[in-house]
Ligand binder design. Structure first.
Ligand SMILES: [Mg+2]
Length: 431
């Protein structure tokens, strides 16, 4: 471990609106430039709002089998849905062959499906299951099949593909900050800089590459999708879907299904920046401080043995995903949370609205001041070590042998599974 004033301190950075685009201006310019080309027939402000609203329904698109614009903002699928639901440019509507009576029902249906999906992700586990059963029923309706066909047709249109390319080009034009001097300075001071980010693995890794930090961060990029990727998950999803389809309206009364669904809810806790996700990251860091990714890849249970005091700093722009879950997990005074209160989410959770014991330990409104704090002021004494292992949801294998599952498919798997989930805590009751 290198000597220095930050010896042994792990400093984790969020990516979006922290390392990349801290003011949020790059995103706004990318969207505005692209929408100017698309010309939805709306004012720039209306078009921007429509784009954001369309992204907010991204989970509904994913449930229909399309790319999710929450993760891939430039994908033709998302742009196709945007045009279908909001286009007021009559010449485009004609050119894209969007029926005059298609727009409003499509928008309403996508909102309904998105709301149903939200209900599968929050609240008591049995209510989430009831919402999932209802959603699967809706996905089989004729109206949904028609919606799927229209989006598919629009996404394949040459014009939509060109807009997608225009978005990617506009994104490339946005300036990328050079963080190498900061990261090298932190390493010289003895710290271990890492990244903890939410989203799709390929997309987040591309951002690290764009930042020019791939080599410095090798083995140190922790991504929600990677953490939530548990062997057997696809088989579990398949089993849940077939049980819902088999039992129909009575599915919610099936104990086996509820058990499987409970474990599925636990997995979802790792796919966002929740306390359970951070607990897993901290165990991974404890196992391999310099290469925590290796711990995620190797360990089935990911429980660090012989816990040693760990000094951990988290830096990010969002209170609800970069600060609050860590306060929930560790308390405010253990480790350190540093918020960059700027950019897209800067107006949310103003400091004065938060009780003192729920505030980030440090708040900055400008990146440069935050970076200077890290290089000139931060010392290991300011970071109270985590002295006992955070409570963790064990990362159980869902099924030991997916091939055997297909062959046998019997209740034995479910029994083993139920025994396993009986030993682990239930997920939190809300998002
Ligand atoms: Mg962020």
């Amino acid at each position: 471990m290198p000597d220095g004033p930050l010896s042994g301190v792990v400093i984790a950075f969020d990516i979006d609106n922290t390392l990349l685009d801290p003011t949020g201006e790059g995103y706004r310019r990318t969207v505005t430039d692209t929408l100017a080309q698309i010309d939805l027939g709306l004012s720039p402000a209306q078009a921007f709002a429509a784009f954001e609203e369309s992204r907010a329904n991204g989970d509904a698109l994913e449930r229909l089998g399309f790319a999710n614009p929450i993760h891939d903002r430039a994908h033709p699928d998302g742009l196709a849905a945007l045009c279908l639901t909001t286009c007021a440019n009559r010449s485009f509507v004609t050119e894209l062959r969007i029926g005059t009576d298609e727009s409003e029902p499509a928008a309403a249906l996508l909102s309904e499906l998105a709301e149903l999906h939200r209900r599968t992700r929050g609240g008591p586990v049995d209510s989430r299951l009831a919402a999932e059963i209802e959603l699967r029923g809706r996905l089989r309706e004729d109206g949904v099949a028609r919606l799927r066909n229209v989006i598919q047709r629009l996404a394949a249109h040459a014009k939509v593909a060109a807009w997608s390319e225009a978005y990617r080009e506009a994104a490339k034009r946005q300036p990328v900050p050079d963080h190498r001097p900061l990261f090298e300075r932190l390493e010289q001071r003895g710290a271990t800089p890492i990244v903890i980010t939410e989203g799709r693995t390929t997309i987040q890794r591309a951002k690290v590459e764009r930042l020019g930090l791939t080599d410095i961060l090798e083995g140190r990029v922790l991504i929600t999708e990677t953490v939530a990727h548990v062997p057997g998950r696809a088989e579990l999803d398949h089993r849940i879907r077939s049980m819902i389809d088999k039992y129909g309206g009575d599915a919610h009364t099936n104990d086996q299904l509820l058990s499987l669904w409970t474990y599925r809810c636990l997995m979802n806790e790792w796919s966002r920046k929740t306390p359970a996700f951070y607990a897993t990251c901290l165990h991974a860091i404890q196992c391999h401080m310099n290469r925590p990714e290796a711990a995620l890849a190797d360990s089935l249970y990911l429980l660090a043995e012989n816990w040693l005091p760990l000094r951990f700093v988290m830096i990010g722009d969002r209170y609800d995903s970069d600060v609050e879950p860590l306060i929930d997990l560790l308390g405010r005074d253990t480790g350190m949370t540093v918020r960059l209160q700027a950019g897209k989410y800067g107006h949310r959770h103003p400091l004065d609205d938060l009780p003192v014991d729920r505030r980030p330990r440090k708040t900055f409104t400008e990146w440069d001041a935050l970076a200077q704090f890290l290089t000139d002021e931060l010392s290991m004494e300011q970071v109270v070590p985590i002295t006992s292992p955070p409570e963790i949801v064990p990362r159980l294998e869902v099924f030991e042998d997916p091939v055997a599952l297909d062959r046998q498919g019997g209740p034995q798997d479910v029994r083993r599974f139920m025994r396993a989930i009986a030993t682990i805590p239930r997920p939190s009751q809300g998002d």
